[in-house]
Write a protein that binds this ligand. Structure first.
Ligand code: UDP
Length: 382
């Protein structure tokens, strides 16, 4: 089956890293069309996946946009829709990986009479999207032959927003567990970051208010002085105001000796390995949370905010810990528990690693997607 994948961004967020793996399985039978240039294009090229940047400039629709902004940007979209429609005639289906890709892909599929697939990586709730954007997404997604939801939580929100339940199949992101399990000597990395002797809590997410970096900063003041935090990730989608707020919070709480912002990194695995605990602190429902699985695969004690898909990934007290979103005191108590009872924390992490190895295999994810594409799009084969 030949697939035209579409993604709105050139940056490597979780949805794009997932697409990288899905598209690799269709390497010789696909094209990835991006609506802006960026490091994601280079990653696709490194994997020898055909890629084209389709838009002249990035499309300006924010998740919270209202109707007027939406309609205005729709007029910007028309040349892109025409281009995608023309390109898609060489493929069996359009596979939209993000919301703006869905809007373009659904319109183009109507023009070119190609099947539409939507890979849903979002929670379509008021916390994340304006009503107009939720309605638009559901209207377009209901035209698809298949909606692949990245968790039960994403599926439930889609249906709640008016999505057709019969279209949806849940497929978790997949990983190559051996990449995470290998023993790595992190002493050099640790000393280059000045983290020797520290009890390091890692936070691996783009900097964004709903990812809740501020909750971990807040929690640090209730933790032992030996506890430090590293924040791995950048403001990928223009959240500069939040970055400034975080810096002010560090100053206000006197945490500059205990906190490091490392920006976007491609060496996530070694950085995770040097952490004693990984904390995931989203204050709104997390659609999947690749970082949670990656931490478990690295064998690290993992604490995640109990919202969205996190409870699907972590069994509380068995494979990690779930804390109330936006509750810095509970987070601090749980970090302290891991610090004071390291043997118990390691046992929980070992069970998590074992379970995550079974549950989140990339080969299984790819097989499931392939099978769903086959059964739902069989008539489009050539
Ligand atoms: N990530 C990365 N470098 C960074 C920060 C994060 O490569 O500096 C990766 C991280 O390992 C994970 C992905 O970005 O695979 C984030 O996915 P997640 O589902 O956790 O969040 P999303 O960005 O989709 O909201």
């Amino acid at each position: 089956m030949r697939l035209l994948f579409l993604d709105q961004t050139g940056k490597s967020g979780g949805a794009e890293l997932c697409l990288l793996d899905v598209a690799t399985a269709y390497q010789n039978l696909c094209l990835v069309g991006l609506f802006e240039d960026g490091d994601f294009r280079q990653r696709l090229e490194e994997r020898k996946i055909p890629v084209q940047v389709l838009a002249e400039k990035a499309i300006a629709v924010r998740k919270s946009s209202g109707a007027i902004a939406g309609l205005f940007s729709l007029s910007q979209l028309l040349p892109l829709i025409t281009r995608v429609a023309n390109l898609s005639r060489q493929y069996d289906a359009i596979y939209a990986n993000t919301q703006k890709a869905l809007v373009v892909g659904a319109s183009a599929s109507f023009l070119s009479r190609r099947s539409l697939v939507y890979h849903l990586h979002d929670i379509l709730s008021p916390d994340h999207f304006s009503q107009i954007n939720r309605r638009l997404a559901v209207l377009m997604a209901n035209r698809a032959k298949l909606v692949i939801a990245n968790s039960q939580a994403s599926r439930a929100a889609f249906i709640e927003a008016g999505g057709n339940p019969e279209l949806v199949e849940v497929v978790y992101n997949g990983f190559e567990p051996d990449q995470y399990a290998a023993e790595i000597d992190v002493s050099e990395l640790q000393s280059s970051l000045g983290l020797e002797g520290r009890f390091v809590v890692g936070h691996f997410s783009r900097l964004s208010p709903w990812k809740g970096q501020h909750v971990l900063l807040e929690a640090l003041q209730y933790c032992d002085q030996t506890v430090s935090a590293i924040f791995v990730g950048d403001a990928l989608f223009g959240e500069q105001e939040y970055v400034e707020q975080l810096q002010q919070q560090v100053e206000r709480l006197g945490l500059h000796d205990r906190v490091k912002f490392l920006g976007f990194r491609t060496d996530v695995i070694p950085l995770m390995k040097l952490c004693k605990v990984v904390a995931h602190t989203s204050i709104a429902a997390e659609p999947f949370g690749r970082v949670i699985v990656e931490s478990m695969l690295c064998g690290k004690p993992t604490i995640a905010a109990k919202a969205g898909a996190a409870p699907e990934l972590i069994d509380h007290d068995v494979t990690g810990w779930l804390t109330l979103p936006d509750d810095s005191k509970e987070l601090a108590t749980t970090i302290e528990h891991c610090r004071q009872f390291p043997t118990e924390a390691s046992k929980v992490a070992a069970v998590a690693q074992q379970q995550a190895r079974q549950k989140f295999q990339l080969a299984e994810t790819n097989a499931q997607i392939h099978q769903h594409l086959h059964s739902r799009l069989a008539k489009s084969f050539r």
